[in-house]
Write a protein that binds this ligand. Structure first.
Ligand code: UD1
Length: 430
């Protein structure tokens, strides 16, 4: 398996183009199952997760074509007919978001058999809210042997669904099912993440009637059929935030393009409070740090527009070198501090109690071998490595490949000393 080696201590200077959002792209790809006409997605990230979902969609009957268009990478998805409504365990296990084909399959064919995703590295991650919402829309749901068997032979029916707490996945999943239901569906306490608005915009372009996406109340008036459309994927706010933290820890001046500062407002406010200079541009933001030490700042993760759970690990990496203490509270997932022991290997001083980590800034980090445990933890190790003295080697980088497109190229274009060591070079840690 590949590794990434970083020699830290160089400031970053230059421009980094941000890719389309992974977390949006995979839900938009699932939306393509709702129509027999082609859906063309532009600004598509090319990642292990999107390739993987493409393969699952092909099994269900989609033709998936990836090409380089005049607006960059595009994917055209076309499912004239659903040839199978089965998403097997081996495919859903490898990527959780595959579970989101359940709603579109029921909506389009009246039945589906989809494996439960199972737990994952960052906590239990149940799907009970997804299933309750589909039941509220009239689907009959049975669980056997790790599979969801769903039936709605006479189609789904609109309903009012109040989520007990905010769930991005359940909001998206319900939206995907409700657009073809008979009558009106109201989603209350819906998630407001930009990826929800993006999904709604794409569905609207396909002929769906959706109002209120981006607010806690979304109204859907079901339609009988959707048509094809072209839709541009929104910028990846997590990649944006992670590169902002990378630029800040390394020092220098980096401009992030093809993105939006307002998607990471909570992070920008905390970075500014810590002493980073951030300026908004027409299509992104510039991050500058002039060598002065940052101040420790506290954060608490929250649903959008609060501080994103996906940016908790990158921000923690930044805080390892700040002056004073930073208290980091994780409220979304119960097991999302797996980067802590790895950051400690680089010399960070962090203690964890329950959902709270206390980071006491140190004067310097030192390169070491570290292990990536999940996607967002992995990028925090790269970020810390950019500032550590000597060489940091991040093992198990397949986690990074799931969510970061051309990571080494983007960072090395700004002067970082970072390279990929292919699995065959010099053995492997796994
Ligand atoms: C979450 C994040 C999202 C992030 C993604 C990937 C939030 C609110 N969501 O989305 O920003 O991009 O992880 O890291 O920050 N839950 C249930 N039952 C369900 C569904 C969820 O109990 O059926 C719980 C989860 O365990 C979690 C919380 O609800 O504690 C929020 O989960 P949810 O937003 O659904 O997770 P993701 O969609 O994966």
């Amino acid at each position: 398996m590949d590794r990434i080696a970083i020699t830290g201590g160089r400031p970053l200077e230059g421009e980094i183009p941000i890719s389309g959002a992974k977390n949006s792209a995979i839900k938009l790809m699932a939306a393509s199952l709702l129509t027999d006409a082609p859906l063309r997605l532009t600004n598509m990230p090319r990642l292990a997760d999107t390739r993987f979902l493409g393969r699952l969609l092909e099994r269900l009957g989609a033709r998936v074509v990836e090409l380089e268009g005049d607006q960059g990478a595009e994917t055209i998805l076309h499912t004239p007919e659903i040839v199978s409504a089965l998403a097997p365990y081996d495919l859903v296990r490898q990527m959780r978001a595959s579970f989101n084909v359940l709603g579109p399959l029921i909506a389009r064919t009246g039945q589906a058999k989809v494996s439960l995703p199972g737990g994952c590295a960052i906590g239990a991650r149940p799907v009970d809210l997804h299933l309750k919402a589909l039941e509220a829309l009239g689907a009959t749901i049975d669980l056997h042997e790790g599979y969801v068997y769903a039936q709605a032979p006479r189609g789904l029916k609109g309903a009012t669904i109040k989520f007990p707490f905010v769930s991005v996945g359940a909001t998206e999943h319900t939206l995907l099912a409700a657009v073809l239901a008979d009558g009106e569906t109201v989603l209350e306490n819906a998630a407001c993440e930009p990826e929800i608005t993006d999904l709604a915009d794409c569905l609207i372009a396909m002929g769906a009637k959706v109002e209120g996406a981006g607010t806690p109340t979304i109204r859907v008036m079901g339609v009988a059929k959707l048509h094809g459309a072209t839709h541009r994927v929104v910028p990846d706010r997590i990649e944006t935030g992670a590169f902002a933290c990378a630029a800040a820890i390394a020092g220098g001046e980096v401009t992030l393009t093809n993105t939006r500062a307002d998607y990471i407002r909570a992070l920008v406010d905390k970075m500014t409070a810590a002493g980073v200079e951030i300026t908004e541009t027409n299509d992104g933001l510039t991050i500058k740090r002039n060598g002065a030490r940052l101040k420790g700042v506290d954060i608490e993760t929250e649903p959008y527009p609060g501080f994103a759970t996906d940016l908790q690990a990158p921000f923690m990496a930044l805080m390892t070198l700040a002056d004073g203490e930073s208290v980091i509270r994780e409220t979304i997932f119960e097991n999302r501090f797996m980067h802590v022991p790895e950051l400690t290997r680089l010399g960070a001083d962090i203690s964890v109690q329950g959902g709270e980590a206390r980071v006491r800034g140190v004067a310097g980090l030192t390169g070491a071998q570290v292990m990536a445990t999940d996607l967002r933890a992995s990028i925090s190790l790269v970020i810390a490595g950019l500032a550590a003295k000597g060489e940091t080697v991040v093992n198990r980088v397949y986690h990074l490949d799931r969510g970061f497109e051309r990571l080494e190229q983007k960072l090395s274009a700004c002067g970082a000393q970072i390279r990929r060591i292919r699995g065959s070079e010099g053995g492997d840690e796994d």
